[in-house]
Design a protein around this ligand. Structure first.
Ligand SMILES: [Zn+2]
Length: 159
């Protein structure tokens, strides 16, 4: 989906026309995405926006879809010992997707319970097209292999 297409689909879907100078700002902000990313962003906006999406809504959607992965200003590259670990592929970090549900205890109370849905190397998760399902959350863990040694100990270790 090219930028013009994206804009006319937005105008069509929400039944509103953008002003010319608005269009220019949208255009500038939309160029960084690929056609396929714009397609996904549009579909996400349809689900989340009641009103004509602002540029910030578009960027929220892009962030949700992991299209804005940029290192933080405090980013420091970590030197680590890669291992042939099957779980983290030598990266030392894992993305664990858990699903949270509520179960009724014998005393009638509802208790939160989470169960692991899938696990992968953290960077594999970021580059995959995996999307979180309903009630699913992603957690970062350190692996149990030697590659995890240099990662911040404040990150919980997967056991
Ligand atoms: Zn590992």
């Amino acid at each position: 989906m090219d930028v013009n297409n994206f804009l006319s689909k937005i105008e069509g879907a929400w039944g509103k026309a953008l002003q010319i100078d608005q269009t220019q700002s949208y255009r500038e902000k939309l160029f960084r995405f690929s056609g396929e990313q714009r397609e996904q962003i549009f579909s996400r906006l349809l689900e989340t926006c009641k009103f004509l999406p602002k540029i910030s809504d578009i960027y929220d959607a892009a962030r949700d879809l992991n299209y804005l992965e940029t290192p933080s200003p405090h980013f420091k590259p970590v030197e680590w010992q890669s291992t042939d670990c099957k779980l983290c592929h030598g990266e030392g970090r894992l993305a664990v997707v858990k699903q949270r549900s509520y179960i009724k205890a014998s005393n009638g109370d509802w208790k939160p319970e989470s169960r692991m849905v899938r696990i992968s190397a953290y960077s594999d998760y970021n580059t995959s097209r995996d999307r979180l399902g309903e009630s699913e959350y992603r957690f970062l863990y350190r692996c149990k292999c030697a590659a995890a040694e240099l990662w911040n100990k404040a990150i919980p270790q997967w056991v």
